[in-house]
Design a protein around this ligand. Structure first.
Ligand code: ZN
Length: 387
């Protein structure tokens, strides 16, 4: 595999990946490098064909066309795979995280050898069909250490203490990086989505559990003990219901999927799904509206806590109760925003809240983005330092 990029070269390549065609002057401003530094940083990228000069006008540029530098994004491809409890979603992406192909399949089982063989078969097939595949990223829920590829605990799959990176790397011919799925989603959004290029960004996912990942000062943070940003277990109501963590009144105990469905059952509406509760609310059901508003207020408290502690520029909130694939997050959004505005302290309230649905494709693209990010940061591949 190619030697690790120098820090300046990685910074320039990362900027070009996020920004698209960019002039040398803009690059110097964005990276803080001198013009001479830009020339030195670019040189190995041009030599290897990863970057070329174009006559195209930079995006948003005015006046006469300037020479721009542009990543040849299709020269190196990556496979991204997101594993859920029941299936896997895979994408083939270029260096700018544009999705070129997509594949979904059911898991044949949940035990590690079966799942990893299924992932490896797909990676091997795409490597055969697309000789430019250079690396692969795998994302799954739970406690994942990307520096070692070790999965401490993945509750949906029931995996514990498993060297997933090393095992998968032994089954395929490209370097592999393994990451927690919410951090992977955040990485993808930072590289090519809503929060592209943001200095600080948080991703919050509402589903069976409440997931949170943070990017501060340009870097995804991992925490010292594998736990960080657990806003699902922030106290939202000291008189609230018991949480599965053993405490009372956590955000997750009020706003998680199970909590919403239990509250609906308690009001005489058993056996629903979250999209059905949203549909009921929209059709005028007072019970559904109250339950979702209560969940929204709890989430608003969690998000305000996040903004007060870390001050991200943008928080992206996603999940089924927030919005289905059609972007219908009208029901919960007002109570999330009201509570957030009430609790965010001072200018922390300036944090932009983006409520938007993200698809399984976005999650898989996040895994591919982790592979690109590992190229840029010389982060570990398969548990071994790159380079
Ligand atoms: Zn809890």
């Amino acid at each position: 595999m190619a030697p690790a990029l120098s820090p300046s070269t990685a910074r320039v390549l990362g900027t070009l990946i996020r920004e698209g065609p960019t002039s040398r002057m803009q690059l110097a401003r964005m990276t803080g490098l001198t013009p001479g530094g830009i020339t030195r940083a670019i040189s190995p990228l041009v030599d290897s064909g990863l970057v070329r000069e174009t006559a195209a006008r930079p995006a948003g540029g005015r006046g006469r066309p300037a020479t721009a530098l542009e990543v040849q994004a299709d020269r190196e491809l990556q496979v991204g795979v997101k594993v859920t409890a029941t299936g896997l979603v895979a994408v083939l992406c270029d260096l700018r995280c544009r999705v070129l192909a997509e594949h979904h399949e059911e898991l044949r089982g949940q035990d590690p050898p079966t799942v990893l063989e299924q992932v490896a078969e797909l990676v091997r097939r795409w490597c055969r069909e697309h000789p430019r595949v250079r690396r692969a990223g795998l994302s799954l829920s739970g406690d994942v250490d990307p520096s070692t590829g070790q999965v401490g605990y993945s509750p949906f799959l029931g995996w514990r203490d498993l060297p997933v990176g090393r095992l998968l790397a032994g089954m395929v011919d490209v370097p592999v990086v393994v990451e927690n799925d919410v951090r992977a989603l955040l990485t993808g959004e930072h590289m090519a989505g809503t929060g592209a290029g943001a200095h600080s960004l948080a991703m919050v996912t509402i589903g069976a559990g409440i997931g949170c990942a943070l990017l501060l000062e340009g870097r995804v943070v991992h925490g010292s003990h594998g736990v960080l940003g657990e806003i699902g277990h922030v106290l939202a109501d000291s008189a609230g219901p018991r949480c599965h963590c053993g405490n009372v009144g956590c955000v997750e105990a009020l706003a998680g999927e199970a909590a919403v469905l239990e509250q609906m059952a308690g009001r005489g509406h058993p056996g629903l799904t979250v999209p059905e509760v949203v549909a009921m609310a929209r059709a005028g059901s007072a019970d559904a509206r109250e339950v979702l508003a209560g969940a929204g207020r709890a989430i608003g408290i969690g998000l305000a806590t996040l903004a007060n502690l870390f001050g991200p520029a943008v928080i992206v909130l996603t999940g089924e109760a927030v919005g289905g694939p059609d972007g219908d997050y009208d029901v919960m959004a007002p109570s999330v925003r009201e509570e957030f505005a009430r609790r965010a302290f001072g200018s922390a309230a300036d944090c932009e809240l983006v409520l938007r649905p993200l698809t399984f494709t976005d999650w898989a693209r996040g895994a591919a983005a982790c592979a690109v990010a590992a190229l840029l940061t010389s982060r570990a591949w398969n548990g071994e330092a790159a380079g």
